[in-house]
Design a protein around this ligand. Structure first.
Ligand code: FE
Length: 298
């Protein structure tokens, strides 16, 4: 008998907030109902937001220590600069996996031409916690262009999956992760069915960007189909996740499936720093103010 797919244990609708200079964010967590989802600390959907020329906003210079920030651009273009002289551009479909480790100060701002012209800004930022032994590792980056992200496809062509981390349809990600992480972006057409292996020990969630679908064949909270800005947390009751888009629907479901093996370590967070103890947080502030995380040169 085929094994059953994972059940959904909770559905959370993202709250709308403003970040950085004031750009619109849909944030499913952290929130009062869900502080974190080990090993994940935060999920932000930036936008979607239509910007007039000159109006796009970003997040000017700010520090991070003790975790990783993963930025996945969907629409618009961001420019990134940091205190180690690193600089890069993120165009639609590109991914930047930044290991902040012992500390980095960076700015995430709209790219010049995008700022000038305006347009739709849409992206995802995920914070991945680092285990105690990696928190003070040297900062590093993996920057992957859209065309270099492997894409897996179902045999009927109805499911297409961008493999940012992990494996799907035998396509293996190029990004290396510090702990086992799965990060997939699936596009599922009406009549499509996606079954993905996610070992039981991984905490897993799905986040809907666009369209509607059924998770483990179940309507959730009496809502017929799950939809955009909803986060679905899965039980750890099976090694498989199933997402279906019934043929009666007329749009493609765009959904992220993200999973990781929990660290099971104490989490002490204060704004941009996430450590294991209060003392380490105090030290992060001391190091930051002493300039040990560097400064961004103009
Ligand atoms: Fe940041």
């Amino acid at each position: 008998m085929a094994q059953a797919s994972r059940k959904v244990k909770q559905m959370i609708t993202a709250s709308v907030t403003r970040e950085g200079d004031g750009f619109l964010v849909h944030r499913p967590f952290p929130s009062r109902t869900l502080l974190d989802f080990d090993p994940f600390l935060l999920l932000d959907e930036m936008g979607p937001m239509e910007n007039e020329p000159g109006q796009a906003k970003g997040a000017p210079d700010h520090p991070h220590r003790g975790f990783e920030t993963v930025t996945y651009m969907l629409s618009g273009c961001f420019e990134h600069k940091d205190s180690f002289g690193h600089q890069g551009k993120l165009a639609p479909g590109d991914v930047q996996w930044m290991t902040a480790g012992s500390g980095v100060i960076h700015s995430e701002m709209p790219e010049e031409a995008f700022l000038r012209q305006g347009g739709l800004l849409h992206g995802i930022q995920l914070w991945v916690n680092l285990p105690k032994k990696e928190k003070m590792t040297s900062p590093s980056y993996q920057e992957i262009k859209s065309q270099d992200i492997p894409v897996g496809k179902s045999s009927d062509g109805k499911v297409s999956v961008k493999v940012i981390a992990g494996v799907a349809y035998a396509q293996k990600a190029v990004i290396q992760t510090k702990t086992p992480i799965i990060y997939l972006h699936a596009s599922i057409q009406p009549g499509g069915r996606w079954t993905q292996v996610v070992p039981k020990e991984y905490n897993a969630f799905a986040y809907i960007l666009e369209g509607q679908g059924l998770f483990n064949k179940q309507p959730i909270k009496d809502v017929k189909y799950s939809e955009a800005h909803q986060l679905l947390l899965f039980e750890n009751d099976s090694d498989e996740i199933e997402i279906v888009v019934p043929a009666e629907l007329n749009s493609t479901l765009e959904v992220l499936l993200i999973a990781g093996v929990p660290l099971n370590e104490p989490v002490v967070r204060y704004g941009p720093f996430v450590m294991n103890t209060e003392e380490e947080i105090r030290q992060a502030f001391i190091d930051y103010h002493a300039g040990k995380m560097g400064i961004i040169k103009a």
